[in-house]
Write a protein that binds this ligand. Structure first.
Ligand SMILES: Cc1cc2nc3c(=O)[nH]c(=O)nc-3n(C[C@H](O)[C@H](O)[C@H](O)COP(=O)(O)O)c2cc1C
Length: 140
């Protein structure tokens, strides 16, 4: 059984909608999927998973949410080497710079990015949710 863990932060629910669809996409006869908001997650949840999806919207000025998600991501530095990983999140007025920075950072930690980071403008459409499911399936 493949253990897939989806961990996210979401203020107004857009990234949470994405997270649920990513988790759905990772479900199969051969996988066990956990969906956790970041306040319920630990670095151990990541260390113990075969594949990990992390979600966070663009906050501050093109950065991760600073109170919970940023320290959580920092705590993964020593645990994601070689780990299949995908990133996703919602944004509004920016150009997706936070996601580019986030991808580079996770590559720097040695993570094995299984797909390009998926970014969605505000509330995900049906098409966006389909893309989220496909993203989750990349971890199978
Ligand atoms: C404090 C704050 C800062 C934000 N900064 C950015 C930003 O730098 N770039 C951007 O594209 N969107 C920014 N946004 C917009 C959010 O990324 C967008 O509303 C997103 O849909 C929120 O996702 P959520 O519903 O999962 O919280 C910001 C929103 C807030 C509340």
């Amino acid at each position: 059984m493949k253990k897939v863990t989806v961990i996210y932060w979401s203020g107004t629910g857009n990234t949470e909608m994405m997270a649920k669809a990513v988790a759905e996409g990772a479900e199969s006869d051969n996988s066990v999927v956990r969906l956790l908001s970041v306040d319920k997650a630990s670095a151990e949840d990541v260390a113990n998973a075969d594949g990990v999806a992390l979600g966070c919207p663009s906050m501050g000025a093109e950065v991760l949410e600073e109170t919970e998600m940023e320290p959580f991501v920092a705590s993964l530095e020593k645990v994601v080497a070689g780990k299949p990983l995908v990133l996703f999140g919602a944004y509004d007025w920016g150009n997706g710079e936070w996601m580019k920075d986030w991808e580079e950072r996770m590559k720097g930690y040695g993570a094995n990015l299984a797909a390009e980071g998926l970014i969605v403008n505000l509330t995900p459409s049906d098409e966006d949710l389909h893309a989220c499911k496909e993203l989750g399936a990349k971890l199978l």
